[in-house]
Design a protein around this ligand. Structure first.
Ligand code: PLP
Length: 472
C-alpha cells in the first residue's frame, strides 16, 4: 500500500467510523445472527494473491458488520460498558499509525513520560493520596495477576519465582464469592491453586466481606502451617455491584501482615465524583488498586490503571534484565514493562490524555452522575409497575430486577425467556445474573452517549415485552 492509498483508506475508515457511530440508534444493539452464520461467508483458505481494498472493505461492511454487537450503542445496558469516547478513538488512530512498542523508556520516551503524568492525573482525579504511583496495564485481569504475584513473592520471601511453589508452604489468598472470575484466573496462573483462594462469607446490602471471618480464617490457616499472603477486596462486583468495606478489610489484613488488592475495575471511574468516594473509604490504605478507564470513563479498550503504594515490590516480582533490554547511560528512568506481565506495550496513555483534556473531569463527572441518577429512576419506575421486583437496589448505576412469571409458569424459564426476548427485540441489550441462586435480570446504565430518552426506551421495551411474553 503506498502512502496515497493509505491516506485514502484511512480517510474512508474515519468517515465510515463517524457514519457508523452516528447511525447506532437505528441498529439492533446485540448482533442478531446465529452461530456459524458469519463464518459461512469467510473463505476457508487464505488468498494466494492480494485483493483490492474495495473488495476487502465491502466484505467488511456486508459480512462482518451485521455480526457485530454494538458496544458503543447508547442503549447498551448489558455487562459493564466498554466506552470508547470519540476523542479516544481519534487518539487510537494516531497510536495505530505510529505503532510504537512502548516497553522501555528509550523505545518511546513520550509514551513513558506521558503515562507517568496521566496516571498521576487519574490518581488526583480519584482523590487518592500521593503515596500511590501507577501503571497502565492492558486489563484488570493482568493487573490482578500482577498483584497476586506480588502477594505470593512477598509471602515467600521472594523465593517463588526461583524455587517454585512446591518447595514452600501453601500460599493462601482471601476474597468473597462476589469477586470477578479474573481473580480465580490469577490464582490459577500464579500456581497458588483454586483450593487456596479462601472464600470469606459476605453479607448485608452490599454483600460485603465479613472482616471477623477474614481474621479468623487467617489465624486458622497460620495455625495449620499455611501462609496467608493477601486479600482481594472488591468495590462494585460484576454481578450486582458487591462492595467490601475496604477500611475494615485493610485493618484486618494489615494487622496480619497481608497485602491488599482492591478490584474497582468498573466502579473506580465513579470515584472522580467526590460524593461516591465513601463507597471505597479506606482505599488509601490498600497496597494495590485497579480500575478500568476502558469501562466507564471512555478510554477505548484496552486501558486499565493499577495504582500501587510500593512499586519496588512489583518490579522486584516482574522485572527481568537481559542485556538486550538494558538502557545504558540513563539513571532513574522508568521501564514500564518491568511493572507488567507482558513485555510489549501499546501507547495507551495517549487516549487518556486526549480524553481528559477534551472532556475535562467536569464533563466526565456529569456523564457518570447522569448514569447513576437515570439508573435509580428506572429502578423506581420498574418497582412501581405490577409484577416487577427490584431484587438488588442500585449500586451506582447497576441494579437487578425480575418480572413475576404468570401462574403455572416456571419463574427461572420465564426470566430467561424475557432476557432473550428483550435482546431479540433489539431496542436495548441487557444480561442476567444470579443472586443467591436465583436468576435475575441485570441492568446498568453507563454508555457514553446514553440520554434520558434512551432510558425511557429501556423502560418501555422491558415493560412491553414482559407483558406480551408468551407463556411457553
Ligand atoms: N473486575 C471486575 C469487577 C470486572 O467487572 C471485570 C470485567 O468486567 C474485570 C475485573 C475484568 O476486566 P478486564 O476485562 O479488564 O480484565
Amino acid at each position: 500500500m503506498d502512502w496515497e492509498e493509505f491516506r485514502r483508506w484511512s480517510e474512508k475508515a474515519a468517515n465510515w467510523g463517524a457514519d457508523y457511530r452516528a447511525s447506532l440508534r437505528d441498529r439492533p444493539v446485540r448482533a442478531q445472527t446465529s452461530p456459524g452464520e458469519i463464518a459461512a461467508h469467510i473463505a476457508d483458505s487464505p488468498p494466494e494473491f492480494g485483493e483490492s481494498m474495495e473488495d476487502i472493505f465491502k466484505d467488511f461492511e456486508d459480512i462482518l458488520v451485521p455480526g457485530m454487537t454494538h458496544w458503543q450503542h447508547p442503549r447498551f445496558f448489558a455487562y459493564f460498558p466498554a466506552n470508547a469516547a470519540p476523542v479516544s478513538v481519534v487518539a487510537e488512530y494516531l497510536v495505530s499509525a505510529i505503532a510504537a512498542q512502548c516497553m522501555l523508556w528509550q523505545t518511546s520516551p513520550s509514551a513513558t513520560e506521558l503515562e507517568t503524568k496521566v496516571v498521576d492525573w487519574l490518581r488526583r482525579a480519584l482523590g487518592l493520596p500521593d503515596g500511590f504511583t501507577g501503571v497502565i496495564q492492558d486489563s484488570a485481569s493482568t493487573a490482578t495477576l500482577a498483584a497476586v504475584l506480588v502477594m505470593r513473592e512477598k509471602a515467600l520471601d521472594w523465593q517463588g519465582n526461583g524455587k517454585g511453589l512446591t518447595a514452600n508452604r501453601t500460599v493462601r489468598i482471601y476474597s468473597t464469592d462476589q469477586v470477578h472470575t479474573s481473580i480465580d484466573r490469577a490464582i490459577w496462573i500464579s500456581g497458588i491453586g483454586a483450593d487456596n483462594l479462601v472464600r470469606i462469607p459476605s453479607s448485608g446490602p452490599n454483600s460485603a466481606m465479613d472482616p471477623r471471618a477474614l481474621a479468623a480464617a487467617i489465624v486458622q490457616d497460620r495455625a495449620e502451617g499455611q501462609l496467608p499472603a493477601g486479600v482481594i477486596a472488591c468495590v462494585g462486583g460484576t454481578s450486582i455491584g458487591a462492595c467490601d468495606d475496604i477500611a475494615a478489610v485493610v485493618e484486618v489484613a494489615h494487622a496480619h501482615g497481608l497485602y491488599v488488592h482492591v478490584d474497582a475495575a468498573w466502579a473506580g471511574s465513579a470515584m472522580i465524583c467526590p460524593e461516591f468516594r465513601t463507597l471505597w473509604q479506606g482505599v488509601e490504605q490498600a497496597d494495590s488498586i485497579v480500575f478500568n478507564p476502558h469501562k466507564w470513563l471512555g478510554a477505548q479498550f484496552d486501558c486499565s490503571v493499577q495504582f500501587i503504594r510500593d512499586p519496588e515490590s512489583l518490579v522486584r516480582t516482574l522485572a527481568i534484565h537481559p542485556e538486550f533490554l538494558r538502557t545504558h547511560g540513563h539513571d532513574g528512568i522508568t521501564n514500564y514493562s518491568e511493572w507488567s506481565v507482558p513485555l510489549g506495550r501499546r501507547f495507551r496513555a495517549l487516549k487518556l490524555w486526549f480524553l481528559l483534556r477534551y472532556h475535562g473531569l467536569d464533563g466526565l463527572r456529569a456523564m457518570i452522575r447522569n448514569h447513576v441518577a437515570w439508573s435509580r429512576t428506572l429502578a423506581e419506575r420498574l418497582a412501581a409497575e405490577p409484577d416487577f421486583e427490584i431484587v438488588t437496589e442500585p449500586f451506582l448505576s447497576l441494579f437487578s430486577f425480575d418480572h413475576k412469571a404468570p401462574d403455572g409458569v416456571d419463574q427461572e424459564s420465564h426470566t430467561q425467556r424475557l432476557v432473550a426476548a428483550i435482546n431479540n427485540d433489539g431496542r436495548i441489550y441487557l444480561t442476567q445474573t444470579r443472586v443467591g441462586g436465583r436468576l435475575v435480570i441485570r441492568f446498568q446504565a453507563g454508555q457514553f452517549e446514553t440520554t434520558a430518552e434512551d432510558i425511557d426506551v429501556a423502560f418501555a421495551a422491558i415493560v412491553e415485552i414482559a407483558r406480551s411474553l408468551p407463556s411457553t
